[in-house]
Design a protein around this ligand. Structure first.
Ligand SMILES: C[S@@+](CC[C@H](N)C(=O)[O-])C[C@H]1O[C@@H](n2cnc3c(N)ncnc32)[C@H](O)[C@@H]1O
Length: 380
């Protein structure tokens, strides 16, 4: 059960992430009605900046349109207030890509051109920690990020992801997932202003047991695991390297997402946080949808694999023995994705990475400690 080598979570830099992740943008665009409703309901804190934070933003590309619309809506409701956008991610994130985008150096004009008195800031503090000062956050947003754990509780010795785990290893991931979720919410509870909202679209396991890449076709994580194992049996990697490849992620069920918010004795609920909205949604894989249209297996395989690579390559690379030279590690990782691409090219049917998200709006009641079941006391 040893966690083994250091876990590593990083997305491809240089703006490449957004190009490979159209599905993630679709998932964010789908959150717009919740964001719009949240902006309509948060109380006016006249004289103070409206603070909107996108937590786990990557290069800010996938949320760019949504944040622009949010600023339009905030300005429409509060014409005289400054709007402060706080982008957050991890220290190794490519923050230059965010600023290039926002300041209009990456092609299209940024939203800053449309409005005055919008200030853009960034923080490299993990969402597992406190990021913002107490009570300043009007609207916290996060998409497709909070499944990343603060630590890997153990290696899963016969799979690469907790969705393939069972017994004590699955229990260890569930426990870590619960502890991290409660901490994430507790930090946000401190940051939120009374009546503030969180709109969260997180990867999870829906009521039918579906999750990312597991919606009825070829199971994506099983495919990852088969190819990685084949590389171990063929001698390209060692058995230890095979075992060390465990993504430090937990896909929470709807119940797990709701648990600390619904439990009257939980510190998160006692801090005033309430579920205002919760639903699961499947966002279809855009590459598989395109393949249905064009029918070209080679093109599908070539287009699809970069999206898998963008979020998983760093963890595969980190599982390799550190004594291997850098270029050798690169070659092994390339060989892994080449093998996946060949698998898709040879038998494309059923491949795809449908997104399964749990969408939630969480409100911070103006009056923590209210009676169980009472709606948060915020202006309509
Ligand atoms: C799959 S990307 C999602 C990016 C964007 N929100 C979207 O939906 O397209 C996950 C992002 O979460 C970030 N992330 C992972 N763990 C994090 C943490 N502990 N704190 C902040 N960001 C984190 C990663 O660096 C990455 O940029």
């Amino acid at each position: 059960m040893d966690a083994g080598r250091e876990t590593h979570v990083a997305m491809a830099g240089g703006g490449g992430y957004s190009l490979a992740t159209k599905g993630a943008k679709d998932a964010i665009d789908g959150a717009w009605p919740l964001v719009e409703a949240a902006i309509a309901r948060v109380p006016d804190r006249r004289g103070r900046a409206f603070t909107l934070s996108d937590m786990g933003t990557a290069d800010a590309g996938t949320s760019f349109d949504m944040i622009g619309k949010a600023i339009d809506a905030i300005r429409g409701r509060f014409p005289d207030r400054d709007v402060q956008i706080v982008y957050t991610d991890q220290p190794r994130n490519d923050y230059n890509a965010i600023f290039r985008l926002v300041h209009g150096l990456a092609g299209g004009p940024g939203y800053l051109r449309r409005h005055e008195n919008v200030q853009v800031l960034a923080s490299a503090t993990s969402f597992h920690e406190r990021i913002l000062p107490r009570g300043v956050l009007d609207l916290g947003f996060s998409a497709t990020a909070m499944h990343w754990l603060s630590r890997k509780p153990c290696d899963i010795e016969d799979h690469v992801h907790m969705v393939g785990a069972s017994g004590p290893r699955l229990a260890a991931f569930r426990a870590q997932g619960a502890a991290d979720w409660e901490a994430i919410l507790s930090h946000r509870a401190a940051e939120l202003a009374p009546g503030g909202r969180l709109v969260l679209a997180n990867f999870g396991i829906d009521e039918e047991g579906r999750h990312l890449g597991h919606t009825g076709g070829v199971d994506m994580f099983d495919a990852f695991n088969r190819i990685w194992r084949r590389m171990a049996s063929g001698g390209a990697i060692s058995d230890g390297e095979y075992r060390a490849m465990t993504l430090p992620q937990h896909y929470r069920t709807v119940e797990e997402f709701r648990a600390p918010l619904d439990d009257p004795g939980n510190p998160v609920r006692m801090a005033g946080l309430r579920v205002e909205h919760c639903e699961s949604r499947v966002v279809p894989c855009p590459f598989a949808a395109e393949f249905e249209r064009h029918g070209d297996a080679e093109r599908f395989a070539r287009d699809y694999i970069p999206t898998l690579r963008s979020w998983s390559a760093a963890t595969f690379r980190a599982a390799l023995d550190p004594s291997r030279p850098d270029d050798e590690r690169d070659r092994i990782v390339d060989a892994f994705y080449d093998a996946y691409e060949a698998t898709v090219r040879e038998a494309p049917e059923g491949h795809g990475m449908d997104y399964v998200h749990i969408y939630m709006t969480v409100a911070k009641g103006a009056c923590p400690g209210r009676a169980e079941g009472a709606a948060p006391r915020v202006p309509a």
